[in-house]
Ligand binder design. Structure first.
Ligand SMILES: Nc1ncnc2c1ncn2[C@@H]1O[C@H](COP(=O)(O)OP(=O)(O)OP(=O)(O)O)[C@@H](O)[C@H]1O
Length: 244
C-alpha cells in the first residue's frame, strides 16, 4: 500500500472528536475516493495526512514511513495536495503559479517539459498564461491548482473536493482528468461529496460517517449492495449499476 491509515483518532482541542478510529488504504496506481456528508470528517483526515492536524492515536504512513504531524515529511514522501481552497497565488499570473509549483524540484531541466505537459492537459492555462490567477473563474483556478500539484510529479495525488461549486461542464472535465491520470498509473485519493460520480470512476471508495468512521468500503457494486451506505448517501443502487 502507498498510503495506509490505521485506526486514526483526530480531534480539535479537547472536546471535538472529529475522527474516531478511521482506517483506509490506497494501493499503487489506485484511484480511491473518500465520500461522506458534510461534517463526516473528510477534511480533517486530509489535514492529518498533510500534517496540519495532529494524530491523537493511530498511524498514517506513506510507503511504510510515518508522516503524521509533520507536513514536510508528507511532502517529502511525495504527497501532492490540492486543497479545497485551491491554494493558488491570486496576485501572480498563471505562468508564475506553475513555475512556482516546481520551484522545489532539483531536475530543473525537466521542468519546462512538465509545464508543457500540463498546458496540453489544461489548454485554458496556455490561453491565460499571462493572466492574474485572481481573474480566473473557479473552474479555471481548479485546473491551475491541479496542474501545479502535478508539477511535483507526486507519488500520490490528494484531491480535496475538486468539483465543489463548479459548473457541470467543468465537473466533467475534472473527472475526465482524474480518470486519465489514473490510467497513466497515478495513485490518487479523491475526497468528494459527489457520491455517484466518485463511485463510478474509482477503483474503490470509503464512505465516511461522523465522527470519521468508515461505514462501508469497496467497489461501486459492493457499496451499492450495502443498505446502510445507500441510505446514508441517498442514491439509488441502479445509479451505480446495481440492479438487484
Ligand atoms: N477547526 C475546527 N475546530 C473545531 N472543530 C472543527 C474544525 N474543523 C472541523 N471541525 C469539526 O470536525 C467535524 C468534521 O469536520 P470536517 O470538516 O472534517 O468534515 P468534512 O467531512 O470534511 O465536511 P465538509 O464536506 O463539510 O467539508 C465537524 O463536526 C466539524 O464541525
Amino acid at each position: 500500500m502507498v498510503l495506509r491509515i490505521e485506526d486514526v483518532h483526530l480531534q480539535y482541542g479537547s472536546s471535538v472528536r472529529a475522527v474516531q478510529g478511521c482506517s483506509l488504504d490506497v494501493g499503487e496506481g489506485e484511484l480511491v475516493s473518500l465520500i461522506g456528508q458534510n461534517g463526516a470528517g473528510k477534511s480533517t483526515l486530509v489535514k492529518a495526512i498533510m500534517g496540519e492536524v495532529p494524530v491523537a492515536s493511530g498511524s498514517i504512513t506513506v510507503d511504510g514511513a510515518s508522516v503524521a504531524s509533520k507536513s514536510y515529511s508528507t511532502i517529502r514522501a511525495g504527497v501532492s495536495h490540492v486543497p479545497e481552497s485551491r491554494g493558488i497565488f491570486a496576485s501572480l499570473t498563471v505562468g508564475e503559479n506553475l513555475r512556482l509549483g516546481a520551484v522545489t524540484r532539483k531536475d530543473k531541466a525537466q521542468v519546462a517539459a512538465d509545464i508543457e505537459r500540463e498546458l496540453e492537459r489544461f489548454p485554458i492555462l496556455r490561453t491565460y498564461w499571462n493572466r492574474g490567477a485572481s481573474l480566473l473563474s473557479g473552474g479555471e483556478q481548479q485546473q491551475l491548482a491541479i496542474a501545479r500539484a502535478l508539477l511535483l510529479n507526486p507519488r500520490i495525488l490528494l484531491l480535496d473536493e475538486p468539483t465543489l461549486g463548479l459548473a457541470p461542464i467543468v465537473v466533467d472535465l475534472i473527472f475526465d482528468v482524474v480518470v486519465a491520470l489514473r490510467e497513466q498509473g497515478m495513485t490518487i485519493l479523491l475526497v468528494e461529496q459527489n457520491a455517484v460520480r466518485s463511485l463510478e470512476v474509482s477503483d474503490r471508495s470509503y464512505v465516511l460517517q461522523a465522527p470519521g468512521k468508515v461505514l462501508g468500503s469497496g467497489t461501486a457494486a459492493e457499496l451499492g449492495r450495502m443498505p446502510a451506505v445507500v441510505e446514508y448517501l441517498g442514491f439509488s443502487p441502479a445509479e451505480v449499476g446495481v440492479t438487484r
